[in-house]
Ligand binder design. Structure first.
Ligand code: GP9
Ligand code: MN
Length: 652
């Protein structure tokens, strides 16, 4: 029996083709069970079957250069590496609902810190993804596979040639179904769907190299289109609000993973966010209920990036990782030059999302990271310090800042997989089959309690009356992998259209002494910088901004998502399908055309700025370029900041 098997396997092509067949099946199983690729027609289904072939021929083809025992080992190694990449994508996808890109893995610090979530995402049945690797290994170890004869060069060339042919046919058919697939690659899912996981990975590698060379060749001329566009789309501030909060401190609070659907919602008759709900009615609070997150893969850091710069984060990877050293004219720097002191507070390590690099370019003077907090075991969960001890311990740091100050506080407890320690919160859990969705309501309630406590502490410290508090949801918490449970929560089928609506996140601006209101304008993260600066009485005319003041009379109500989808009060565009609001009825593509053009142009031009590091060629009037060397987070942050670091340096 073993001999029979052995003689079959050891025919010249059997092992090679057999391994490819197994891997092909495996990939197809992953496509069907793990990824939500949105197959819409027969051609796409066909391409899904076809697309693994070219890359498998290419990669396994390299094993053919080896003969004897080495061939089987080469096949084993290639099989393992490809399985590993595929599986890493599976785990990553379960979390981010997206595919891995090179820049995200190149930064091992964060990959390391992400591992807690990664373990929660692994399942026992995942062993399946390595079954073929194990099979090959046993065939080698039990010597079923005999030394393989050398393959003629011509035959090897034929394998690579057929890989090329398969790829060309694949790409041709894909482009016929989806023109400009590779040139307008906003959405990684498309590339995987049409060209396959490994061709996507190659594409991503090429894009990454291209992006790093982009800034090398950029010149100041490239800024002309950008400036024209920004100028043509500038939104004038509303005189009714301009300067209304002048001279106040500003505290930003990033509300981790908080989506608007929990606001006003009850579980068993109890409000999930009673404190935030009460703020909606507060006379000094603006509450924006049609506000959307606009992040890409950089999640929290992308939101931070937009709040500070009114530029879009990157279409792949995270701007904080890849472009931290660019020249920016970020809000902290702008305010610093108006006499503000600036800080960021976060109960996690300073290297996460490369913050200690990014913040320097933003002009953030002080960074109170986890090393400033009592991180005792009881108070730490998931990524870092729980929100209640975080806010509580932050008060002395805030008090230590010279006023007026701008401080950013990043919460953490309401983070995937939405678990809490026993006793942290007393709130009923939902009873869907989905523990992520069930847990979300409890962690959101905990966050709400922590914010109420923080507001009280601010009042007690005397800071409250002179401080404007800007709270924003940073991104979704419940990805569309949880649509089934979300349908139960929302009481309606959650599909592509509804999912786009669920990308609403709360935005609150509380400014004691300023009369607030509920604002129903459509907007997103990009719009906050201008809104806040105008409230503070800071002119923004000279700054490059892709946002639009939410309180302005002529606020622009087009909200681009980072993947090119968008919403306006009238329409929602998802995957280039156009839906009418609020019915979700599919309508003619024409209804989305005009806004679509604006979205495309905005994203493209903003990307040009970030990839090309174009702000280094531009000096807004009255603004001094940020010198990253003036910022150092390794010194004791409780010391007052040097008045004039430039002068200091001269003296040395
Ligand atoms: C980590 C925190 C979480 O410091 O910002 O990041 P996220 O996973 O939400 O992007
Ligand atoms: Mn986040």
């Amino acid at each position: 029996m073993r001999n029979k098997l052995s003689s079959q396997i050891n025919k010249p092509w059997t092992l090679f083709i057999g391994v490819i067949l197994l891997f092909w099946l495996k990939m197809y199983a992953v496509y069907q069970t793990e990824f939500d690729l949105g197959i819409q027609n027969g051609m796409q289904s066909f391409l899904l079957v076809l697309n693994p072939i070219s890359s498998l021929l290419l990669f396994f083809g390299f094993a053919l250069f080896f003969k004897g025992r080495k061939r089987a080992w080469a096949i084993l190694i290639i099989d393992f590496v490809l399985s590993f990449i595929l599986y890493a994508n599976v785990v990553y996808y379960r979390f981010f609902n997206d595919f891995i890109t090179l820049p995200t893995v190149m930064h091992t610090n964060d990959a390391g810190e992400l591992k807690d979530s990664a373990f929660a995402l692994m399942q026992f049945s995942d062993a399946f993804y390595f079954i073929d690797t194990l099979l090959i290994l046993s065939l080698i170890l039990f010597k079923v596979i005999k030394p393989q004869v050398a393959m003629k060069k011509k035959k090897i060339a034929l394998v690579f040639a057929s890989a090329a042919v398969f790829f060309t046919v694949n790409l041709g058919l894909a482009e016929a179904d989806r023109p400009e697939l590779l040139t307008r690659a906003f959405d990684r899912t498309y590339i995987v769907k049409y060209l396959g996981q490994f061709n996507y990975q190659i594409f991503d590698a090429v894009t990454t190299v291209k992006s790093s060379s982009q800034s090398a060749f950029a010149s100041s001329d490239d800024l002309t289109d950008v400036r024209n566009f920004v100028e043509a789309n500038r939104t004038e501030p509303n005189p009714e609000y301009f300067g209304k909060a002048e001279g106040m401190n500003v505290i930003y609070i990033s509300l981790e993973s908080l989506q608007s659907f929990v606001i006003g919602r009850e579980v068993d008759g109890q409000e999930v966010t009673p404190f935030l709900n009460s703020l909606i009615e507060d006379q000094n609070t603006f509450y924006f209920d049609n506000f959307f997150h606009q992040v890409g893969q950089g999640k929290t850091s992308d939101a931070e990036f937009m709040m500070a710069n009114s530029l879009y984060p990157l279409p792949s990877g995270s701007v904080a990782m890849e472009k931290a050293r660019n020249t920016y004219q970020a809000q902290p720097a702008i305010l610093e030059q108006k006499g503000y002191s600036t800080a960021s507070l976060h109960g996690n390590g300073k290297t996460f999302w490369n913050r200690d690099e990014m913040y320097k370019s933003f002009g953030i003077q002080k960074f109170f990271d986890s090393s400033y907090y009592d991180m005792n075991e009881e108070d730490v969960h998931n990524y870092g310090l729980k929100d209640k001890p975080f806010f509580e311990q932050s008060i002395p740091y805030l008090e230590s800042l010279e006023q007026p100050f701008e401080a950013k506080m990043l919460t953490l407890s309401n983070h995937f997989p939405f678990t809490m320690d026993e006793g942290d919160v007393d709130f009923p859990t939902l009873e869907t089959n989905d523990s992520v969705v069930n847990g979300y309501f409890q962690t959101a309630k905990y966050m709400d309690e922590s914010i109420e406590q923080f507001f009280n502490d601010l009042k007690e410290s005397g800071l409250y009356d002179n401080t404007m508090i800007v709270m924003y949801g940073d991104h979704y918490g419940i990805s569309n992998n949880h649509n089934t449970a979300m349908s139960e929560v929302m009481g309606e089928e959650v599909g592509a259209y509804e999912n786009a609506q669920l990308q609403r996140v709360p935005l609150f601006i509380t400014a004691p002494g300023v009369e607030g209101k509920q604002v129903h304008e459509y907007g997103g993260h990009m719009d906050v910088r201008d809104t806040v600066l105008h409230l503070l009485g800071v002119e923004t005319d000279d700054f490059i901004s892709f946002g639009s003041d939410l309180l302005s009379e002529d606020h622009r109500e087009i909200v681009p998502f980072r993947n090119g989808d968008f919403v306006t009060p009238e329409v929602t565009s998802v995957n280039e399908k156009c839906y009418a609001n609020p019915t979700g009825e599919k309508v003619d593509a024409e209804a989305c055309e005009q806004a679509g053009q604006f979205v495309e142009e905005s994203l493209e031009l903003s990307d040009k700025v970030v990839y090309g590091d174009l702000l280094r060629f531009y000096e807004p009037e009255g603004f001094t370029p940020v010198d990253r060397n003036d910022y150092n987070y390794t010194v004791d942050q409780m010391e007052p900041v040097q008045e004039d670091p430039a002068q200091e340096k001269e003296q040395k």
